[in-house]
Ligand binder design. Sequence first.
Ligand SMILES: NC(=O)c1ccc[n+]([C@@H]2O[C@H](COP(=O)([O-])OP(=O)(O)OC[C@H]3O[C@@H](n4cnc5c(N)ncnc54)[C@H](OP(=O)(O)O)[C@@H]3O)[C@@H](O)[C@H]2O)c1
Length: 410
Amino acid sequence: MAPKLLWIGLGNMGRGMCKNVVEKANVDHPVLLFNRTKQRSVDFSAKFPAGQTEIVDSVAAGVARADIIFTILAKDDVVEAVADEILKAGDVTGKLFVECSTVHPETTTRVAKLFHDRGAEFVAAPVFGAPAMGELGQLIGVLAGPGASVQKARYFFTGVMAKSEIDMSDQPYEKALQLKLIGNTFILNMVEQLSEALVLSEKSGLGTQYLHHFVESLLPGPFAAYSTRILSGAYHRMAYPLFPVDLARKDARHALSLAEASGVRMRNLEVADAHLAEVKEHDGERGDIAGIYGAIRKESGLNAKAASLPVLRRELGQLQRRATNHRQTTPLLSAANTPWSVIIGLVIVVAMALAAWFFSPKGENQVLWRSSLILSIASCFLMWAVTFLAQLHPLIEPRRSDLRKEFIHH
Ligand SMILES: NC(=O)c1ccc[n+]([C@@H]2O[C@H](COP(=O)([O-])OP(=O)(O)OC[C@H]3O[C@@H](n4cnc5c(N)ncnc54)[C@H](OP(=O)(O)O)[C@@H]3O)[C@@H](O)[C@H]2O)c1
């Protein structure tokens, strides 16, 4: 029988991740939802057809009915408080808890022990990737814990919420969080590096557009995406931060404490964190990690809020629209990618062949004209149809047969 799921935490990350689970995973619907601010559950649930999700009024009510419980929450004390609430709720024997928040490794170890002591299974599963990647099911999961439990949790990662996993089966829980924290220092240092270089490009008279072009060419992916986010001015325009300053500082704090405990000094990270402290002071909770750019501009004698490059603002707008519209556009795309396209193509080709037949110049070369045109049209059609059908149904491709029917080829 398919397991029953409870999802706790519908913040920036939780919404995209849960959306993919609701849509793709073969679970016993409805997926139960709990979020501290109930309105978020209500808004999220309204995006799905009736029966796909169900809002529960308390953690206890959800846990009692679920076999697998996912949590993705802001920070350590919240994860510990919710874990306490779950354990007070009643019997958790045999249930699987998949904890996806970014917390200190010691927090995960402590929480995991509480669940183990009560006969539950636990997997530490922090994720890499921004909210837009979560929305598109393109995260990278890091899964640690007993092999059998990780195996159960993996079903929800590659092909559902994630594009890949880093498998830490039978490794201690803290390793997943160590990797997550060390990995996040790349993001923090990258934003620091980009911001410094962009400010220098502006002040030295080089022009930020050239540096942006260089970044796009040499470092496509996260570097280019952050360069766009910075230059579009999104860091001081967005209604809600994509990577809130408090969460970024929490990650920096945990990484620095891990480094200190291991006798390592992370000077790059210290600099980035000092700039984040300025972002927090300037923008409060609504500050975004990309605000580091504003802090460096300010200390370099520029206005903290840069005028955005219009082209990049448009690009960012498109990026955000693409992320939000993905759900609506997918059915349209899939409608075009059906065998009907071949039939429609055939009708068009027959019409063109008829036109070639009737409109070929009269005279002694008419047969030559007709046969050349009709054969060319037919050959082009055959070439296109073979390529199209090969892409529609490739003979060799990695497939998962255990997802819900409509996502098997996803
Ligand atoms: N944003 C990113 O780019 C990113 C990427 C990878 C991993 N992460 C990690 O993923 C986790 C969630 O991040 P996010 O971006 O989704 O954060 P978020 O948008 O701030 O959402 C935080 C979630 O935690 C809940 N929460 C906060 N305080 C609570 C409390 N005192 N009691 C109960 N629930 C509480 C929030 O509920 P409400 O809706 O009621 O506020 C919301 O569901 C964090 O650990 C973060 O470090 C973030």
